[in-house]
Design a protein around this ligand. Structure first.
Ligand code: NAD
Ligand code: UD1
Length: 348
């Protein structure tokens, strides 16, 4: 691959999926570094209230357009009108179980949305793309720490949408002036330290941290721990939980790397530390200062015993590494949960 020499100056950034969990934190991190923003979201899994909360944290408005990224014409207009220099593409559906029962919807939204975005970026001459990918693109049997050259082979349709989108972006970058970074997130957890933005799942959460916090808050009766007979020190699965604010900082760092990016490149965003389900439980109990009712049940289909990142490529290429601990993430997640018991729905 050849290195391109033109420097990319990034002033204005479009965030797709802007009102979602991760993008709201990315917006705050970008604004803190002086970037101008435009947020785009169809609000299919988020609330417009997030726009006001972000504005509160960045001390100024975040321009926002309600739009589906599959509306290529509308998207092109937004990118051109705001003179966007780079897009961070976080819009997507992410529920693994739903992706199995309704795979076409996932491919349409996640793959179709990415194709539409690439067309719009071409039409509006936007040269740089950061794509929200996932550690779920790696084959479940790959040993940890996972590096960017671990074998790809997602075990579910959601993961395949991410892997396919990466490949489409690679093809476009190889044949045009587009430069792209795929950020492969491990397990994002936590919330902004202010307690004003955080994860607001609709319905029962599928993921460990929000479920645990809802049990701690008394909104759910019992945390079910899916298996304690794995080949790990305490028998429960090990994951790489990364504070969402560290993840957000990783996006800012990725924008700074475009000057030296070859056509496209994948970069893990994780801490490099593995924590078990019981570690998370203990840390959440400490943060909430109460015992959290739990029981061990059978394994969940599709879970692998151990998954954590080798984050050294991110340090080398982006000068980025995670700085917050699991305890920090639990404290911040608990503050968000405690201050917003029903998420964005009724909180002022
Ligand atoms: P989220 O659901 O909170 O945010 C995604 C946002 O995208 C939502 O606000 C939703 O309304 C919007 N959206 C979905 N389809 C859209 C479309 N067609 N047009 C416009 N907006 C659309 O999820 P999140 O956790 O913030 O995840 C953000 C991105 O990161 C997703 O692409 C997800 O796949 C990826 N990711 C998330 C995790 C995780 O554990 N949260 C892990 C790896 C990767
Ligand atoms: C899951 C998805 C992954 C996706 C990620 C973020 C699967 C197999 N993987 O990752 O593709 O990118 O979410 O959305 O679904 N756990 C419990 N009890 C619970 C919930 C979870 O014990 O109520 C355990 C799980 O078995 C797992 C760990 O906690 O060992 C973390 O689970 P979760 O938060 O769902 O993340 P992943 O499974 O790593």
């Amino acid at each position: 691959m050849r290195l391109r020499s033109t420097a990319v100056h990034i002033n204005t950034v479009a965030l797709t999926g802007a009102t979602g969990y991760i993008a709201s934190h990315v917006a705050v991190a970008l604004a803190a570094q002086g970037h101008r923003l435009v947020g785009i979201d169809n609000l299919s899994n988020s609330s417009q209230i997030v726009v006001d909360r972000v504005a509160e944290l960045i001390d100024g408005p975040m321009p926002f357009v309600k739009l589906d990224v599959r509306d290529t014409v509308g998207l092109t207009e937004v990118l051109a009108e705001h003179e966007v220099d780079a897009v961070i593409h976080l819009a997507g559906l992410k529920a693994v179980g739903e992706s199995v029962t309704d795979s076409l919807r996932y491919h349409d939204n996640n793959v179709g949305g990415t194709i539409s975005l690439l067309r719009a970026m071409q039409s509006a001459s936007v040269p740089a793309l950061v794509f929200s990918s996932s550690a779920t693109v790696y084959r479940p049997d790959q040993p940890s720490p996972l590096t960017e050259s671990s074998r790809i082979g997602p075990g579910n349709p959601y993961g395949r949408t991410k892997s396919i989108a990466e490949q489409i972006i690679d093809d476009v970058a190889a044949s045009s002036s587009l430069r792209a970074v795929h950020l492969r997130y491990f397990n994002p957890v936590g919330a902004h330290e202010s307690g004003r933005i955080g994860e607001d799942p609709i319905g029962p959460p599928n993921n460990l941290m929000p479920f645990t916090m809802q049990v701690a808050a008394g909104q759910r009766e019992m945390l079910q721990i899916f298996g304690d007979d794995y080949n790990t020190p305490d028998g429960t699965c090990i994951r790489d939980y990364i504070h969402v604010s560290d993840l957000a900082d990783g996006h800012v760092a990725a924008l700074g790397a475009f000057g030296s990016i070859e056509t496209s490149e994948a970069i893990n965003l994780g801490t490099g530390r593995g924590s078990s389900v019981l570690d998370v439980l203990r840390s959440a109990e400490k943060a909430a200062d109460r015992p959290i009712p739990h029981q061990i049940v059978g394994r969940r289909d599709g879970d692998s015993a151990v998954s954590f990142a080798d984050p050294s490529h991110a340090l080398e290429r982006l000068g980025w590494q995670a700085t917050r601990s699991l305890d920090d993430a639990c404290q911040d997640h608990w503050r968000w949960q405690h201050q917003n018991p029903t998420g964005y729905r009724t909180s002022p």
